[in-house]
Design a protein around this ligand. Structure first.
Ligand SMILES: [Zn+2]
Ligand SMILES: [Zn+2]
Length: 298
């Protein structure tokens, strides 16, 4: 099971009733933060999922609305008693940008490990696998995929038929063989895991379709709701609602959650149909909207 909450849904600048776009993913005892614009730490605190467990911070790119909140968030993380290392991942030059921001937060009680990623880089946090693809924006930009694999079901009736004593079942479940019996002999067929795509500040494109293929949830920017803003979306290297919906449809995503709304769009929901005519299962995000994803056979 995996939970996701939108901490903010605004583009460019925070508004009195809307923080800038970022999201928090909760998995077991871990929190993964996606982007950290101004004020993110306040939204994290008011969400109530805690802050100390933020192990990993994924940054899409270096524009202020996605990273300017980092020093404050790290200082608050330090105040929470965190001493374990915190990982920050971002596109090329992220090291330089984080170092610059952290000159105002020089004494942190934990190690900050910053990694610059390119296509093909990945990491695994507990069982959660994180991969990326390059977006198309005015500066280097990364979109991410979080994936939780699902191990096949253990079949006790098969273990019994093969004469495996109950006390040895755990070994098979851990992937060890018992005598001539291998784990595959007592496991069911492969089962679908869970996957989430995190895409912002980019034009759509085939690399993103590949990255988020088959995700259960695609969190995607929809900077402009109106189709008439298509030209502006191209010029500013963002997406309209309709384009985000086309990405979700082309990638065979299960659900689309729109975020990163232009400050000129006070009621993004008013444009929902521009997305829903292309991809029916679209939600228009709002700050602190949260979703729980469960394995399909739970
Ligand atoms: Zn932005
Ligand atoms: Zn940007």
């Amino acid at each position: 099971m995996l939970d996701l909450a939108l901490l903010g849904t605004g583009a460019m600048l925070p508004l009195p009733n809307r923080w800038v776009a970022s999201a928090l993913v909760r998995y077991r005892a871990h929190l993964v933060l996606f982007d950290c614009g101004e004020g993110t730490q306040i939204s994290v605190r008011s969400l109530g999922w805690g802050i100390k467990a933020i192990d990993l911070i994924l940054i899409s790119h270096q524009h202020a609305d996605h990273i300017a909140g980092l020093p404050g968030l790290l200082l608050t993380l330090g105040n929470s008693g965190r001493t374990e290392p915190v990982h920050v991942v971002g596109p090329p030059r992220i090291h330089e940008v984080v170092a610059g921001l952290c000159t105002v937060a020089p004494y942190l009680p934990f190690e900050l490990r910053v990694a610059e990623w390119r296509r093909g880089d990945c990491l695994t946090l507990d069982d959660l696998r994180v991969t990326c693809a390059e977006g198309v924006h005015h500066v280097p930009c990364l979109a991410y995929r979080l994936e939780l694999p699902r191990s096949p079901r253990f079949l006790p009736e098969r273990a019994r038929a093969l004469g495996i004593p109950v006390q040895d079942w755990k070994r098979l479940q851990r992937g060890e063989g018992v005598g001539d019996v291998q784990p595959n002999d007592v496991m069911g067929p492969p089962r679908a895991g869970l996957a989430v795509g995190l895409v912002t500040d980019t034009r759509p494109g085939p690399a993103l379709v590949d990255l988020v293929h088959g995700v259960d949830l695609l969190v995607c920017e929809g900077t402009f709701g109106a189709d008439e803003d298509q030209g502006r979306a191209v010029e500013r290297r963002h997406m309209t609602f309709r384009e985000a919906a086309m990405l979700a449809r082309d990638a065979h995503a299960r659900q689309l959650l729109l975020t990163h709304f232009s400050p000129a769009m006070p009621r993004p929901e008013a444009f929902a149909d521009n997305a829903r005519t292309v991809f029916g299962n679209t939600l228009v995000g709002h700050d602190h909207l949260s979703l729980s994803l469960r394995f399909s056979d739970d």
